[in-house]
Ligand binder design. Structure first.
Ligand code: MN
Length: 249
């Protein structure tokens, strides 16, 4: 099995090494990852400047673009053979609920899905990222169960979030729905030393809510959350109702 591994935290982040290590017993692994932090770049594609690729001593391909750029280049050009699976992560931070729409980690898995390659995004909801290597064994067992299935669903990716506990303390695995996230005070409006106004997005407090089967609830309760995501954003349940509006040009 050929496995392509990427992330959005950049190729030097510890999480991508952990995921590559965990996948190593399942097949041949190639890392193609951004050269720098690309978190929250979502599904952006670089169209207006050229992309450069370099190879590190250990064979990692480093791209000066987004996670989506990495997938497009890797699958379309860089890899000699098409990968059987794409793994994205382990992200340094949660990708739960609404945040999947901003996540570069999830976007890379989405791009793989669009290109017809089954994909799994993995994120760690804790903050002690230096302890990520301790998850290698658990991730190996989990990936083995997901990647070796012959009924891996088409046009679907799995968004996996690891709870902020030690691997030995994981309560179990829940298959979940996306919850909701709201940020408070995450927009700063201030003046720089020259007196010019600036805005800064980030920080602040966040709250979440969701049903008992939500991803937020699962990791809160110490479970690994696995949410099957598909890319069709159509609200199918509304199609007939909106058609009744009889809108005219
Ligand atoms: Mn990230």
């Amino acid at each position: 099995m050929r496995i392509l591994v990427t992330n959005d935290d950049g190729y030097l982040a510890g999480g991508v090494r952990v995921l590559a290590e965990a996948a190593g017993s399942l097949g041949s692994v190639r890392i193609v990852a951004p050269d720098r932090e690309q978190s929250a770049t979502s599904h952006s594609l670089t169209l207006h400047y050229p992309l450069r690729v370099r190879e590190t001593d250990d064979g990692t391909l480093v791209v000066d673009g987004t996670p989506t750029d990495c997938m497009v280049l890797a699958i379309g050009e860089l890899l000699e053979q098409r990968p059987d699976f794409v793994l994205s992560g382990v992200n340094h931070g949660a990708n739960l609920g609404d945040d999947v729409l901003y996540s570069g980690t999830v976007a890379a898995a989405m791009e793989a899905t669009i290109l017809g390659i089954p994909a799994v995004a993995v994120s760690y909801t804790g903050t002690d990222f230096e302890r990520l290597p301790a998850w290698t064994g658990l991730l190996t067992r989990l990936l083995r169960q997901l990647l070796l299935r012959d009924d891996f669903p088409a046009q679907t990716l799995f968004n996996v979030n690891l709870p902020a506990v030690r691997p030995a303390d994981v309560a179990g695995i829940r298959i979940t729905t996306l919850g909701r996230r709201a940020y408070v005070g995450s927009l700063t409006r201030a003046r720089d030393p020259a007196g010019r106004e600036y805005f800064w997005i980030g920080g602040g407090e966040s709250t979440w809510w969701g049903s008992d089967d939500s991803d937020f609830r699962a990791v809160h309760d110490g479970y690994i959350s696995i949410t099957p995501l598909h890319l069709d954003l159509t609200n199918h349940g509304l199609i007939n109702g909106i058609a009744q509006w009889q809108l005219e040009p």
